[in-house]
Design a protein around this ligand. Sequence first.
Ligand SMILES: [Fe+2]
Length: 258
Amino acid sequence: MAARIVQITDLHLMADPQGELKGVCTRANLQRVLDVLRRDFGSAELLIVSGDLAHDELLETYEVLREMLAEWLPKLRVIPGNHENRAFMRQVFGERVTAVDDRNVFADSIGGWRLIGLDSQLVGAVRGQLGESQCDWLASELAAEPLRPTGIFLHHPTLEVGTGWLDEIRVEDADLLHDLLTKHLQVKFVCAGHIHHETTVIQGDVLMLTTPATSVQFLPETDRLIPDPIPPGFRIFDLEADGSFRTRVVRVPMPSAP
Ligand SMILES: [Fe+2]
């Protein structure tokens, strides 16, 4: 039977329960997404939150999020986005975060697969960076399990997706990762967030994905940030032990505003 995992991204939660980003109440959106996850995907084996957890980067906001995710804690993994405080993440999510140098990462084995989370935060910048020491760690993780199908999660996309202002804020040292992908052929997909819309690119034999935010959606192929009224969403993966997999985005319509 396939191992099912779920990715949510770009929560942009705020300490203020009514807090809005581009007219979207991020806490109400997240709650609705979590309601759907509980109802339809509660048996998933792993929930990955791929960055921009706390828009205001406050400790209080991480504590609110831990409470909202309480039922998922035993199978939760969190990695940072550009809106993040790494120390607060570690403080609040404890053993659900693995620290490598100062970066918050993870590496898990599920259903015959390896799932690895990277930390692409460049403190003080909107664009991302992986850094050589983190890529050395990734290389050793990949070299240790060369026959296991592997999926990688990170916040910032590494490829251009065709939207100029977003392409400028992708991972700046993406070649470090792309180089590893050519050497470690067990990597089947790389999945990001950050750009608040869904994209799919095939590079070599690797599926390069982005996942919609649980908060506001960005219209693709624009020259500036334009909110898209399409509902928020998340992504599921069904991972087969033979290395094949299925993935799809699930959209969560919001109750219409009063
Ligand atoms: Fe974001």
